[in-house]
Write a protein that binds this ligand. Structure first.
Ligand code: BGC
Length: 339
């Protein structure tokens, strides 16, 4: 009996030790993510994939506890969230800035707290001594070995939009008057994606020797309802003169598609419509002929790159300061073959 008790006791001790050991073996990393605005269509895909991908990389011994915060398009609110992340002792922060002009202040806060930082989607702009933005890498990122930016080069997306127009038999000149008359619906103008897409879509045309006429250029702030309103008002104002509608993103292009139908116009016949992002609804419209094309802004590729580098930072590995994910041109043929 004594022997039996001794054995039972020994077994209990072994089990207890194993339990302690396995609890010790599980490392849970705390990840703070702040997105500029939850209602943004594209950033919704992006943030969902950040969570999914982190979860898919969990093992028996490594877990990720993700806190996802909505910046509500308010920089003060987002600064508070970052402060909270610091107080809560996050192991890494992933940040989609509301305002890239606040990058310096936020980077300083996070670096001073000794927390690695991955900036995504909204690239902070480098500036010269006079405060004018310049086309160079951002020192606040380059100077910090634990800070990086993951994004896509928006010049490429603009250029692809222009190239899709150039690929049309009439190069976008529906009425044969020798020039492409277009309207431009822009995203948030502080955002380099909006600036570059606006500029490079047209540059692709003019570089190819195509004459252009800008009828209308207004800010729709990446928003579907705004895109619809602006396109409707441009069509009322300029009617048949409008040959091409460029939207800086698909959300606004989806709105524009509604306005185009409501105005009795037909995409592919008497007007062309282009977006960026390759949202599912937009690709569907391209297949049905209600949009002329879009450009894949790879939310999967970018979110995976952001998570991969966040994990490298958690492991104390050396990282690059910039990671770029390519855009892909999505015309009807591509949409039919790939979606
Ligand atoms: C996307 C937009 C999105 C914006 C948010 C852009 O890269 O194309 O759809 O609204 O990022 O910053």
């Amino acid at each position: 009996m004594k022997k039996f008790l001794a054995m039972a006791l020994a077994l209990c001790m072994i089990f207890a030790l194993c339990a302690v050991a396995s609890a010790d073996d599980v490392k849970t990393y705390k990840v703070g993510v702040s997105i500029y605005q939850f209602t943004d269509n594209f950033m919704t895909l992006y943030r969902n994939e950040i969570e999914n991908y982190f979860k898919s990389l969990e093992t028996d011994s490594v877990k990720y506890e993700i806190t996802m915060a909505d910046g509500k398009n308010d920089m003060a609110e987002q600064t508070n969230q970052v402060q909270n992340f610091i107080t809560q002792g996050m192991d890494v922060i992933i940040l989609n800035l509301v305002q890239t002009s606040s990058a310096d202040a936020v980077i300083d806060m996070v670096v001073d707290a000794g927390i690695p930082l991955v900036l995504i989607n909204r690239e902070p702009l480098a500036y010269d001594a006079d405060g004018n933005t310049i086309d160079e890498a951002y020192e606040g990122i380059l100077d910090n070995p634990t800070v990086c930016y993951v994004g896509a080069d928006a010049r490429q997306s603009g250029t692809f939009q222009g190239q899709m127009v150039l690929a049309l038999d009439n190069k976008g000149d529906l009425n044969g008057d020798g020039k492409v008359s277009y309207i431009m619906i822009e995203g948030d103008p502080e955002n380099i994606d909006a600036q570059y897409r606006t500029q490079f879509s047209i540059k692709a045309l003019t570089d190819a020797g195509v004459e252009v006429e800008e009828l209308f250029d207004q800010v729709g702030n990446w928003d579907q309802t705004k895109g619809q309103e602006l396109c409707a008002s441009a069509l009322t104002q300029f009617g048949d003169k409008v040959e091409v509608v460029f939207c800086n993103n698909d959300a606004m292009a989806l709105g524009a598609a509604t306005a185009i139908t409501a105005a009795g116009r037909t995409v592919g016949e008497d007007i062309y419509l282009y977006g960026v992002d390759a949202l599912e609804e937009a690709v569907q419209l391209i297949k049905e002929g209600e949009m002329s094309g879009t450009v894949l802004n790879d939310a999967m590729g970018q979110s995976h790159a952001a998570v991969d580098v966040a994990i490298q930072l958690l492991n104390g590995e050396e990282i690059q300061n910039y990671y770029w994910v390519d855009y892909v041109m999505v015309d009807k043929a591509y949409a039919e073959a790939n979606y």
